[in-house]
Design a protein around this ligand. Sequence first.
Ligand SMILES: *[C@@H]1O[C@H](CO)[C@@H](O)[C@H](O)[C@H]1NC(C)=O
Ligand SMILES: *[C@@H]1O[C@H](CO)[C@@H](O)[C@H](O)[C@H]1NC(C)=O
Ligand SMILES: *[C@@H]1O[C@H](CO)[C@@H](O)[C@H](O)[C@H]1NC(C)=O
Ligand SMILES: *[C@@H]1O[C@H](CO)[C@@H](O)[C@H](O)[C@H]1NC(C)=O
Ligand SMILES: *[C@@H]1O[C@H](CO)[C@@H](O)[C@H](O)[C@H]1NC(C)=O
Ligand SMILES: *[C@@H]1O[C@H](CO)[C@@H](O)[C@H](O)[C@H]1NC(C)=O
Ligand SMILES: *[C@@H]1O[C@H](CO)[C@@H](O)[C@H](O)[C@H]1NC(C)=O
Ligand SMILES: *[C@@H]1O[C@H](CO)[C@@H](O)[C@H](O)[C@H]1NC(C)=O
Length: 482
Amino acid sequence: MEKIDLFKWVLCGSVLLFGFSCEYVDGLGVNWGTMATHKLPPKTVVQMLKDNGIQKVKLFDADRSTMSALAGSGIEVMIAIPNGELAAMNSYDRAQEWVKKNVTTYNFTGGVDVKYVAVGNEPFLKSYNGSFLNVTFPALQNIQNALNEAGLGDTVKATVPLNADVYESPEDNPVPSAGKFRTDISEGMTKIVKFMVKNDAPFTVNIYPFLSLYGNKDFPFNYAFFDGATPIVDHGIQYTNVFDANYDTLVSALKAIGYGNMTIVIGEVGWPTEGDINANNGNAYRFYNGLLSRLAANTGTPLRPGYMEMYLFGLIDEDVKSIAPGNFERHWGLFRYDGQPKFAIDLSGRGQNKLLIPAQNVEYQSRKWCMFNPNAKDLSKLADNINYACTYADCTTLGYGSSCNTLDANGNASYAFNVYFQVQNQDPESCNFQGMATVTTQNISQGNCNFTIQLVASSSTSILPSLIALTAILMAYTFLLL
Ligand SMILES: *[C@@H]1O[C@H](CO)[C@@H](O)[C@H](O)[C@H]1NC(C)=O
Ligand SMILES: *[C@@H]1O[C@H](CO)[C@@H](O)[C@H](O)[C@H]1NC(C)=O
Ligand SMILES: *[C@@H]1O[C@H](CO)[C@@H](O)[C@H](O)[C@H]1NC(C)=O
Ligand SMILES: *[C@@H]1O[C@H](CO)[C@@H](O)[C@H](O)[C@H]1NC(C)=O
Ligand SMILES: *[C@@H]1O[C@H](CO)[C@@H](O)[C@H](O)[C@H]1NC(C)=O
Ligand SMILES: *[C@@H]1O[C@H](CO)[C@@H](O)[C@H](O)[C@H]1NC(C)=O
Ligand SMILES: *[C@@H]1O[C@H](CO)[C@@H](O)[C@H](O)[C@H]1NC(C)=O
Ligand SMILES: *[C@@H]1O[C@H](CO)[C@@H](O)[C@H](O)[C@H]1NC(C)=O
């Protein structure tokens, strides 16, 4: 026993050098979204996944540079067809081409381990007004049939990541056991479920306790987490958190149509850190800590005890995501925009809280900031200029409940001007704002409010990382020989 542990420790010790994964939660994945003005190079992100022992990743497309970076990594991948492409996939020829170019191409030794194809992303959200109602099921059928025809059907499954609002409990009996699919889509959901079960594909659902809390002033705060809530009882079963209650509502909805045993994958679950009074590192830590320790213990839910496959949302902050749902939308990352971890968390779920391993060799723009010019004479257009900056860059951290909300008026202006300047790659012309802004080399961050410097725009390949890697490999050999 001790010998095995020691062996594991040695492997873990060299995780940085060889990418061995060790003692992480089995089944833990992350969502890797890329809606950012400045993206970390895909290779850097893949290394970050490996360094942190993350073995599964869910994408929102099938971008070629992302896929090449994942090639040979051994990481399991869910690739995706965006909602806007679903209608096109109603043609079987088009679906076949999609499978050929985005799945079959990568099916070679050293290629990409594609495990799932996500057909759409929450296509039945009420806010889409039914736009994707008629195109989703045919797209799902065509993609899975094309996978089957290509001989990949045993290893690659098509699924539709759905928002938790596709099912509900009646208002007069709001308990998990009364779960049913939404009436307006129940016929379509039944067809989808039947087809996926036939092909041994999982039901993929996104569950957000944060949104339950955000959307409802009367929501019992502790019920969003995994500790300390007063239980709600459903036929003798005690529910102490909304995650379990929501998941079991789905189990009941599946049971109601005769598929109570269908495999369920959590496509997205997570907690944001800015953009709302409840979105901060402390609450995110509390949420993840509870979630991950239950995952590690294979607790499951009352109706589905045991193993749970799950993708955290998300990996990195995305500064151009739509903020229609709320300012928090750009702050779901476990890591900041630059691949720096936000808080200490143990992905193994064993409560050994340590910082995640940050992205390596990140290249930033120069140490330059854009600030409000205190000597500016005419301030009549200040509000317009701030507005302009915040239209083209992300000012959500200035809002109520966020880390920059206590800045004074000049601080607000500086924040907005700087974030715009950084998005514009520090172009001197972008730090003018009709004479109200000026460039500085002083770090103008204030207290908890970071005035950040953006990443370099394009990933210019530098020789330095390769040299470092080579040194690391030589060191590793020395280490093993000892
Ligand atoms: C590969 O997948 C992406 C994302 O769905 C899509 O835009 C692209 O058209 C696909 N390529 C082919 C050749 O179908
Ligand atoms: C490629 O696909 C076939 C199924 O057609 C599968 O049996 C095989 O293992 C795959 N090869 C690799 C290297 O992934
Ligand atoms: C859905 O309908 C609402 C109100 O009719 C409208 O404001 C919104 O833009 C529509 N959304 C989409 C995606 O069509
Ligand atoms: C979907 O199909 C139904 C029935 O065929 C039709 O009434 C409805 O207008 C269609 N919806 C859309 C968005 O195309
Ligand atoms: C569901 O799974 C359980 C446990 O594996 C089994 O006992 C039960 O018969 C299954 N039910 C159906 C309907 O397949
Ligand atoms: C700074 O901007 C934020 C967000 O727009 C606003 O809530 C706050 O009142 C502003 N502060 C001052 C002093 O103008
Ligand atoms: C600027 O200062 C803040 C707060 O002290 C610090 O967190 C940040 O790393 C600094 N930025 C740079 C580029 O040095
Ligand atoms: C600001 O940046 C520093 C690292 O430079 C980090 O430790 C700190 O958590 C950041 N604060 C916020 C609110 O993002």
